[in-house]
Design a protein around this ligand. Structure first.
Ligand SMILES: *Cc1c(COP(=O)(O)O)cnc(C)c1O
Length: 374
């Protein structure tokens, strides 16, 4: 953001947790394996530029993006490390990618022809292998032919080969995961037999890093794990991860006593209690709050748990301050984080909203200003 946000609502991101998680990851994969941090979804709502800066300071090998605009923003913010683009743009932007040193993903012989024609000087590219996710990528038996076409092209340079087994998207099937890993291995073996050099070999997103140490190859590209989101792990890869998203906070912009409003009709959507006081929080479903107010929705104000009042609004929530007599305009409201002796953690907030912890940061990180700590 070019100017400081005036919004009194923000999420807190702990960059110390990002650094901690990267050191844990380094401990698991050892010194030889390159770490490419996946920064999809604006680093899962945590802010790609800030996360990339911290990760670069920790000495990672590079970054991977699913959104070319986000990758360009990082490059222009001074991120100098190699950047891989998952399939996300068309050959017509080839010259800009060359200039900015962004490496697109190619899957087919037609891709190779189109990108080679569009490139001017030398464009580094990655080949993706599709071993059963049926998204981007050459099928394992086609991999060597596409790799050969890349090395024989005029302008393209093969920087690496990667795969992304479909797992951890509510689709966990251990034998299918293994079959996909074998598919990528088979393609790499055929590329090797063809005498083609593959500098970067990578197949491990977070779920694979934690459950398949044998699949580290010479590089890994986890994303959510670096941000401290939980995944199942094999025993030797169970370590302490710290969440990067540690706070979702706002401040009361209005407090009023309903005793003062006279003869207004009782509202059908809420019971008005004698002496009731309500407060307004400038945050709502346009910012990621659930459209249907959760039954257990509570926030912390002055260390006290206070209930929200249904319904939720586009950019406002109402809170029942009747039992929090000292609450006044400007007070901090904690939806996630600590307040006094009490706290609401990611699991509790996800439980209130009826979502997974993996859904929280992308939901709220899109529109809210970020405050970085650590
Ligand atoms: C999204 C993605 C990743 C990272 O996934 P996480 O589950 O966040 O670790 C890695 N590789 C590819 C190809 C991806 O698309």
């Amino acid at each position: 953001m070019a100017f400081p946000s005036l919004r009194p609502t923000w999420c807190e991101i702990d960059l110390g947790a990002v650094a901690h998680n990267l050191r844990q990851l380094r401990g698991l994969v050892g010194p030889e394996v390159a770490i490419y941090v996946c920064l999809k979804g604006d680093a899962n709502g945590c802010g790609a530029v800030a996360v990339a800066r911290r990760a670069e300071a920790e000495g990672v090998a590079g970054f991977a993006f699913g959104n070319v605009d986000s990758a360009l923003a990082c490059r222009d913010a001074g991120i100098a490390s190699p950047i891989l683009l998952y399939p996300s743009c068309l050959p017509e932007v080839a010259s800009l990618l060359e200039e900015k040193r962004l490496m697109p993903t190619l899957s087919t012989l037609a891709d190779v022809a189109a990108w080679d024609q569009a490139a001017r000087g030398r464009l580094s590219v990655f080949l993706k292998i599709d071993a059963g996710g049926f998204r981007a990528g050459a099928l394992p038996h086609e991999g060597a032919a596409v790799a050969a076409a890349i090395v024989q092209s005029r302008h393209l340079h093969l920087a690496g080969v990667y795969g992304h087994p479909m797992t951890s998207y509510g689709f966990e099937d251990e034998s299918y995961t293994r079959a996909q890993l074998r598919g990528v291995e088979q393609a790499l073996a055929e590329i090797d037999r063809a005498g083609i050099a593959v500098p970067v070999r990578m197949v491990s997103s977070s779920a694979i890093v934690l459950a398949h140490p044998e699949a580290d190859l010479n590089a890994v590209d986890p994303g959510r794990l670096v941000l401290g989101l939980p995944f199942p792990a094999v025993a030797e890869r169970k370590v302490e991860w710290r969440p990067a998203l540690i706070g979702l906070k706002s401040r009361l912009v209005m407090v009023k006593s309903l005793a003062e409003i006279g003869d207004v009709e009782p509202a059908p959507f809420m019971t008005r209690r004698a002496g009731m006081r309500i407060g307004l929080i400038p945050f709502g479903w346009s910012d990621g709050y659930p459209r249907k107010m959760p039954a257990s929705a509570t926030v912390l104000i002055r260390g006290m748990r206070v209930p929200l009042i249904a319904p939720s609004h586009s950019e406002l929530l109402r809170v029942d301050l009747t039992d929090c007599a000292e609450a006044k305009v400007g007070d901090e409201v904690v939806l996630l984080g600590r307040s006094g002796e009490d706290g609401i953690d990611l699991d509790e907030l996800a439980g209130q909203w009826g979502v997974s912890t993996h859904d929280l940061a992308p939901a709220i990180g899109k529109t809210l200003p970020h405050r970085y700590v650590g």
